[in-house]
Design a protein around this ligand. Structure first.
Ligand code: FE
Ligand code: FE
Ligand code: ZN
Length: 298
């Protein structure tokens, strides 16, 4: 299984991220190139990048499975303020530039918020923005994330994702990132995940799925909330998430945990243990305290 979590990029860029991932027992990871809620970015350090590649090779992380996530404040869906739409486009272009320098293949993007626009216009704006971002030389693939339907989020069902993809010119440079919490909150029953996959396969094609965010949800199916829970600690439940993780149709797709920290500790090492052993840990909080209490990093 290709499994990892969201990790920080703040210490030594890709090298720091890879080291954190290894400490969690992961063989991949996802990072933001800066704070997810702003667009302030540093230059990529090519020496650190080289070192990171060496480190990953020695520790069993295939760079081809590493994922970048774009900041969630950019909005490709709304073009009422042409300036901010253009800013979003140029920011993602730069972000793609940065990750190309690091040899990263995938960037996950939230499709955007329609705000006061009608849905169709918003979906076309997203496709239009992506057509502006991509050119025939672009190496990384853009992955549109399935969204929970909070506020005016776009990309909240198969139909909307298909509508966006249909209007994209360079189709082989755009794929999908499923998020189990978002799917649940948008109205998909994860207990019937195979039937969702069938629908997705018929409408779009499962080969488009290049990443899966594995999160439990704090809210019931169809709640349109988007609040992640630790695996087995939410309304989706451990067994349903295990079925997603071990689904044979998605075997080669990187799985990324974006579950919340428990107090001051990242839960990922113990969640990855749970996933590998297929055994739920009901003592996550106590076991994390035990694991990290003497760790000077916390
Ligand atoms: Fe996301
Ligand atoms: Fe996600
Ligand atoms: Zn979310």
């Amino acid at each position: 299984m290709i499994i990892g979590s969201h990790v920080s990029f703040n210490t030594n860029q890709l090298l720091g991220s890879a080291k954190i991932a290894i400490s969690f027992g992961a063989n991949t990871f996802m990072f933001y190139t800066g704070a997810p809620q702003n667009t302030i970015r540093k230059e990529i350090d090519l020496d650190l990048t080289k070192e990171a590649h060496e480190y990953m090779k020695n520790h069993g992380i295939d760079i081809n499975n590493v994922i970048c996530h774009a900041p969630y404040i950019i909005n490709l869906a709304n073009r009422e303020k042409e300036d901010s739409w253009n800013f979003s486009i140029s920011f993602i272009k730069n972000e793609i530039n940065r990750i190309t320098q690091m040899g990263i293949n995938y960037i996950v993007i939230h499709p955007g918020n329609s705000l006061k626009l009608d849905r169709m216009t918003a979906l076309y704006n997203i496709a239009d923005a992506i057509n502006n971002i991509l050119d025939s030389d672009t190496k990384p693939m853009i992955l549109l994330e399935t969204m929970a339907g909070k506020g005016t989020e776009c990309g909240i069902n198969i139909y909307e994702l298909k509508e966006i993809l249909n209007h994209i010119t360079l189709k082989d440079k755009v794929g999908l990132c499923l998020d189990t919490c978002h799917l649940n909150d948008s109205g998909v029953d994860i207990a019937e995940f195979d039937s969702y996959l069938n629908d997705l396969d018929n409408a779009i094609g499962l080969d488009k799925v290049k990443c899966i965010h594995i999160n439990d949800s704090k809210n019931p199916i169809g709640s349109h909330k988007d609040r992640h829970a630790n695996i087995g600690y939410g309304t989706i439940g451990f067994d349903n998430l295990i079925n997603v993780l071990y689904n044979s149709k998605l075997k080669d797709v990187p799985k990324i945990l974006e579950t919340p920290w428990v107090g001051k500790y990242p839960p990922y090492k113990l969640e990855i243990d749970m996933i590998k052993s297929k055994k739920f840990n009901p003592n996550l909080e106590q076991d994390l305290e035990e694991l990290y209490k003497n760790d000077p990093n916390f």
